[in-house]
Design a protein around this ligand. Structure first.
Ligand SMILES: Nc1ncnc2c1ncn2[C@@H]1O[C@H](COP(=O)(O)OP(=O)(O)OP(=O)(O)O)[C@@H](O)[C@H]1O
Ligand SMILES: [Mg+2]
Length: 214
């Protein structure tokens, strides 16, 4: 089992949106998936209550319950646990980082967001965890100077997913229906970007042996 945490100690970068859609993409790739919402706002738990489908299972836990929850999931042969975390620098986020095998740090291509990755990365480094950035809510077009400068700036700090996630209404529409974007609009560019992000993350962490094939 691998635990993947979406963290950024800045609000609104896309942790919940990407966590949910990547979890759905992993499920569509036939992995067993569980999502844990550590954010007291419970955005992802609320999203799951809109869903008309049983999977993936989603639960909300307090950071002090996380270790026990993960021990239980390990016994259930879950392939990937996705952690959605609160957008602030607190003890709960630090606990999620310590429990994670890999941290995904969403960042918008704005000067404020780019500056704000530093404390997040510092917490991840202190916990000696591997991490990667994903640029989210970008303008369309990889040639955009803003996107290129952000990719270069983040790349100087750590590894970066080469696929930026463009600002697209499909993400918001999927969220409001309790869906991942690849369920809501399977052939859309938004879905394709999410699948690329998932494949990149899998490459980063080396994947896990398929529980169903075990
Ligand atoms: N790629 C995208 N395209 C369009 N809208 C997006 C995209 N990513 C996120 N959003 C929107 O941006 C807003 C913030 O996203 P989200 O809630 O996922 O951020 P967050 O990091 O989880 O925020 P918080 O720190 O408050 O938990 C939401 O309204 C979401 O629908
Ligand atoms: Mg959130």
């Amino acid at each position: 089992m691998k635990v993947l945490a979406f963290v950024s100690q800045k609000g609104g970068t896309g942790k919940s949106t990407l966590c949910r859609s990547v979890a759905i993409a992993a499920m569509e790739a036939e992995h067993s998936v569980f999502v844990l919402d550590l954010d007291p706002q419970k955005t992802t738990l609320d999203w799951s209550e809109e869903r008309q489908r049983a999977l993936p299972e989603v639960d909300a836990v307090r950071p002090d319950q996380l270790e026990t929850a993960l021990a239980t999931l390990t016994r259930q042969s879950i392939d990937y646990v996705f952690l959605d975390t609160a957008g602030r620098d607190d003890a709960g986020t630090a606990i999620a980082i310590r429990q994670a095998d890999y941290c995904i740090v969403p960042c918008r291509p704005t000067p404020d967001d780019l500056r704000a990755v530093r404390p997040t990365v510092a917490t991840i480094y202190r916990a000696e965890k591997p991490c990667g950035f994903v640029l989210n809510q970008t303008p369309p077009g990889r040639r955009s100077t803003r996107v290129q400068e952000a990719l270069t700036g983040l790349g100087a700090v750590n590894r970066v997913c080469p696929t930026p996630i463009v600002t697209r209404m499909d993400h918001q529409d999927a969220s409001s229906l309790g869906q991942g974007v690849s369920e809501y609009a399977p052939t859309s560019p938004a879905a394709e970007e999410i699948r690329k992000l998932w494949r990149w993350v899998q490459g980063e962490i080396g994947g896990v042996r398929h529980a169903k094939a075990a």
